[in-house]
Write a protein that binds this ligand. Structure first.
Ligand code: FE2
Length: 287
């Protein structure tokens, strides 16, 4: 089993962690879950964070084969199109992004020509799909619950779990977004925790609970022993009760509206109106 080299980047604006993955001695890489900076109040995007990744890739002479999303994020805009333009590579996401597109095409009443077939992405992954990152073998687990389209990328001895699991002391991500489902999340987590115990798990968000330093790497064994929401012995009904109670107390993420409208388009802004400007919409009294 190849142990990929992984360099992770922490995005302070959204507490997101993006990862660059490649086999030792192989320059061909994938970038996973890279954020674009977005100032909501000013309606302005920036590429400071993405540029750190671009600099890392160039400095190490890496060539980008894949730009992967674990799901359509609801708390930050994706930098995928910018990275593709700067570095090349193909943008991939789970095939159920089409469900997310259908849901939000209606909610945001976007242009009639917006396709809900996932064609904005270069590749739609389904459960069990295999692909290569240079000489690294990767496969895909469909792990819905946080959103219907969430996937986990298993790459060598590492798995990129998106927002299914947080660090053990952070528990799990919310399951109350449209199309989310706590019971489904529990079953997806079981699928991840059935990987070999030594599998390294790389997560997508961390909030440093209790003031500890930001972290993003754990293992299947550690999650089974210590995850505060789903350690071994927690039943599905127990988890669903806890997750549902917790979700009732959580506020809507600050960047939910722009994130969804952009990320369902593989990170592209909505098409400019007749004055050449792109707009983000806010449906009133709908969420
Ligand atoms: Fe998420």
């Amino acid at each position: 089993m190849i142990k990929p080299e992984i360099r992770s980047f922490f995005h302070e604006g959204s507490n997101t962690i993006g990862h660059v993955v490649h086999a030792p001695g192989d320059k061909r890489c994938a970038i996973i879950d890279a954020a674009l900076d977005y100032d909501q109040a000013a309606g302005r995007t920036r590429t400071d964070f993405a540029d750190q990744i671009v600099a890392h890739v160039r400095e190490h002479g890496l060539s980008v084969e894949w730009i992967l999303e674990t799901h359509a994020h609801a708390d930050h805009l994706s930098a995928a199109p910018y990275l593709k333009q700067q570095l090349g590579g193909r943008i991939g996401i789970g095939e159920h992004i089409t469900d997310v597109q259908k849901l939000f095409k209606t909610l945001f009443n976007v242009e009639k020509t917006f396709n809900t077939d996932g064609s904005q992405f270069d590749r739609l992954f389904k459960e069990g799909d295999r692909f290569k990152i240079g000489k690294l073998e990767a496969h895909v687990l469909h792990t819905p619950g946080h959103t219907p389209a969430c996937v986990t990328y298993v790459i060598g001895d590492a798995a990129f779990v998106g927002d299914t699991l947080f660090m053990p002391d952070g528990g799990t991500a919310r399951a109350d977004f449209p199309g989310g489902d706590a019971a489904m999340l529990y079953r997806s987590i079981e699928k991840i925790l059935a990987l070999p115990p030594e599998t390294r798990l790389f997560i997508c968000h961390d909030y440093g609970p209790g003031g500890r330093a930001i972290a993003w790497e754990t293992t299947v064994a550690e999650q089974r022993a210590k995850n505060i929401h789903v350690h071994q012995g927690v039943s599905e009904p127990e988890f669903v009760r806890l997750r549902t109670e917790r979700d009732k107390q959580l506020a809507v993420p600050a960047l939910l509206m722009p994130s969804i409208q952009v990320n369902m388009r593989a990170g592209e802004l909505p098409p400019p109106e007749d004055n050449g400007v792109s707009y983000i919409k806010i449906p009133i009294n709908k969420l």
